[in-house]
Design a protein. Structure first.
Length: 350
């Protein structure tokens, strides 16, 4: 079992890696989509933040921020109302109905005048049980891998373990230099593997998701889901530097800088026969120089091409007035908390 160092008492960042058993290339497009959906669901349920990620065919990389559980719980303990919002993220169908019914009965009992039932303790036990599953790297990855494995085995009619081991994790210092170095390494994985020549063209990495605008898999805007996760994660790292002083830090104000960093780290290197240094796959020197000369800014054409998949998987496209009309006509298809039809595309000067 690989060694890992965890720091549950303080906010910490971890670079996590896990490989498919036998290095089988079993994570295809549909499999990656399902893994990504569960990653975002459990990210919100567990209260962690996936800063960036990369899903390859036989392994995945995650850069995860885990807050201090004691600090969060002391400032904002889990309530029955919040738990009711979180349960649909991890349960469906009969499991969800059962969990909600248990919570309903505990709430009714907690307000009962019959204190001999120990009703308040029952509700507290339920909240404590779910609170213990939050703000933990080990539980987040355990639930993610187990839930994906169950789906994968059903889909492919197989049994047994899917992953080589639990996971490997490296503790990362929470400063800009260390975090951006690890983030760039993760987002450059498909370039190093020779799959694409530009990380924005690989659908299953955090940088490409941020450029494309993300996707809301829950039908609502949650703290770290879809677009918010990809954009906020990388922008949060860049916000730590002097670059962000006296500026409002958003993905739009930081995307170009991160792209230049990717190209700086991603240049191709030829093997050196004299020193014995190995080569590495990457971008050509000419492409790197061209990108640096542009200051990392993507053209409208490039941005639109990155967004094509979201333009085909959405509900409606058009003006704000048109979207609002469609929204009002189909109000029952959306969450009660949602009060706007849609949002403008970002990432370029349209």
């Amino acid at each position: 079992m690989p060694r890992r160092l965890l720091r549950p008492g303080v906010e910490s960042y971890y670079h996590c890696v896990s490989r498919v058993n036998g290095k089988s290339r079993s994570l295809r497009e549909r499999e990656k989509r399902h893994f990504h959906e569960w990653m975002r669901r459990l990210e919100e349920f567990c209260g962690v933040q996936v800063v960036t990620y990369c899903l390859m065919e036989n392994h995945f990389h995650l850069l995860v921020r885990v807050p201090c559980q004691e600090t969060i719980v002391a400032a904002k303990p889990l309530t029955a109302g919040r738990l009711r919002e979180l349960l649909p993220l991890i349960y469906r169908g009969r499991e969800l109905r059962g969990a909600l019914q248990e919570l309903d009965r505990a709430e009714v009992a907690a307000t009962s005048s019959n204190l001999n039932l120990g009703s308040g303790t029952w509700l507290a036990e339920i909240l404590d049980r779910y609170e213990a599953r939050r703000y933990s790297l080990s539980i987040f990855l355990k639930e993610l891998k187990q839930r994906y494995t169950r789906w994968h085995n059903r889909r492919h009619q197989r049994v047994g373990t899917l992953w080589e081991n639990r996971f490997r994790s490296v503790l990362v210092e929470g400063d800009e230099t260390a975090l951006l170095t690890v983030a760039a390494y993760i987002d450059l994985n498909p370039v190093r593997a020779g799959i694409v020549s530009d990380p924005k063209d690989y659908r299953w990495c955090g940088y490409a998701e941020a450029v494309a605008g993300g996707a809301d898999v829950f039908g609502k805007t949650s703290q770290w889901s879809g677009e918010n996760a990809a954009r906020s994660g990388l922008a949060a790292i860049l916000s730590r530097s002097s670059f962000a002083v006296n500026r409002r830090v958003t993905w739009r104000t930081t995307a170009a800088r991160y792209r230049m960093l990717l190209f700086g780290h991603g240049e191709r290197r030829d093997p050196n026969e004299q020193t014995g240094a190995p080569g590495r796959v990457g971008m050509s020197r000419e492409k790197v120089e061209e990108e640096l000369a542009r200051g990392g800014e993507l053209s409208v054409c490039d941005i639109l091409r990155c967004k094509v998949r979201y333009l085909t998987e959405g509900v409606a496209i058009g003006s704000a007035e048109f979207l609002q009309q469609v929204f009002e006509e189909n109000r029952d298809h959306f969450s009660e908390k949602r009060n706007i039809a849609g949002k403008a595309m970002h990432g370029s000067d349209w």
